[in-house]
Structures are given as structure tokens and as C-alpha cells.
Design a binder for this molecule. Structure first.
Ligand code: SF4
Length: 175
């Protein structure tokens, strides 16, 4: 899965937004999943290993939160509130790389959805750039190595039962 994914949201936009990497609850369903391979890769680097030793991933394979921001939001253990960056950006979980697109499991199907709460999605949905990116994602999720990785890590697709109205279905995966 480590073929880098092209990003839809420019990093300058992300850095000015206070949505991602911060969660309403410490056990939020929006905390990213992290696969065993990603844990091994991230855990091999010094800083990440140190963070993991203090905040090990949860039993269901999600990153943990550590501390709260000024507004009481729970911060991902890898988030640096000083400059709003990810301290493991180059090795962040696939879930983070994919967002605001989301892997969702629903009615025995695994699908790719878009999270309508993302302000950049609200501004761009339906534009030619957006449609082109969705087409790119469809190609990405047809690659044998991507499908193989998802078959090995079914937990990467979440249920999000409380958030289905925020998630617009884009396409179903053949796994
Ligand atoms: S791992 Fe990095 S990108 Fe993912 S939620 Fe945590 S701080 Fe954000």
C-alpha cells in the first residue's frame, strides 16, 4: 500500500484548518486505523517509537490521542500543536493519507466515500479537479497491490455507523 497517494487537498489548506488530527472524544471513531505493517514501519523510527511507547495503538488498531488542545479537543499522539503538523507525516497511516476520502464497510461491502464535513470538499465537490481525483482514486483502488493490502488489513475499512450522513458513497471495491 505504500505507493504514495496523490493528495487532493493542498497542504497549505490543511495547515490552516483545525479539523483533522483533533477529535471530540479520546476514543473517537475518526482516529485513524494503522495496520501492523504501518506500525512496524513507524515504530522503527526514533521519534515515532518513543511516542508509541507512551501511547500504544488501541486494541482495534487505531492511533491514540494524547492531551487536549485549547478548545478541549483530543489530539492525535503524533500531532504537533505548536505548528499543526504531523510528526510522522512521511510515514503517516494510509487512513490519514487518504482523508478526506474514507474506507467504509457497509452491508458486507467495502467502499470509498468522501467526508462531506471537510471544508475543502465542500468548496470543490463536483468540480473538474474533484472528478479527476475520484477517477484517479478508482484507478488506485484497482491496483493489485492496493487490493492485496486491503484484503490483509480488513480493519482499515471502518463502520462509522453514527456518521453515514456525512459520508457520500463514491465506489465499491472488488474485495
Ligand atoms: S498520524 Fe499524523 S496525519 Fe494522522 S491523525 Fe495523527 S497527526 Fe494527523
Amino acid at each position: 500500500m505504500k505507493e504514495p497517494l496523490k493528495q487532493f487537498v493542498p497542504s497549505t489548506v490543511c495547515l490552516e484548518c483545525d479539523g483533522c488530527c483533533r477529535f471530540k472524544e479520546s476514543d473517537s471513531d475518526w482516529r485513524p486505523h494503522i495496520s501492523p505493517e504501518e506500525i512496524a514501519a513507524v515504530g522503527a523510527s526514533g521519534l515515532a517509537a518513543e511516542i508509541f511507547s507512551k501511547h500504544p495503538f488501541s486494541a482495534e488498531g487505531r492511533v491514540q490521542t494524547a492531551g487536549c488542545g485549547a478548545g478541549g479537543e483530543h489530539l492525535c499522539a503524533f500531532f504537533n500543536p505548536a505548528d499543526s503538523t504531523c510528526r510522522i507525516y512521511g510515514q503517516r497511516p494510509f487512513d490519514c493519507e487518504l482523508y478526506p476520502f474514507v474506507l467504509v464497510r457497509k452491508a458486507n461491502k467495502t467502499m470509498v466515500c468522501v467526508h462531506l464535513n471537510c471544508p475543502h470538499i465542500q468548496q470543490t465537490i463536483g468540480t473538474p479537479e474533484y472528478k479527476q481525483y475520484v477517477k484517479y482514486l478508482q484507478g488506485f483502488f484497482q491496483r493489485p497491490e492496493t487490493l492485496e493490502s486491503l484484503r490483509k488489513n480488513p480493519a482499515l475499512a471502518g463502520d462509522y455507523p453514527a456518521y453515514l450522513r456525512e459520508l457520500k458513497e463514491l465506489f465499491v471495491l472488488s474485495i
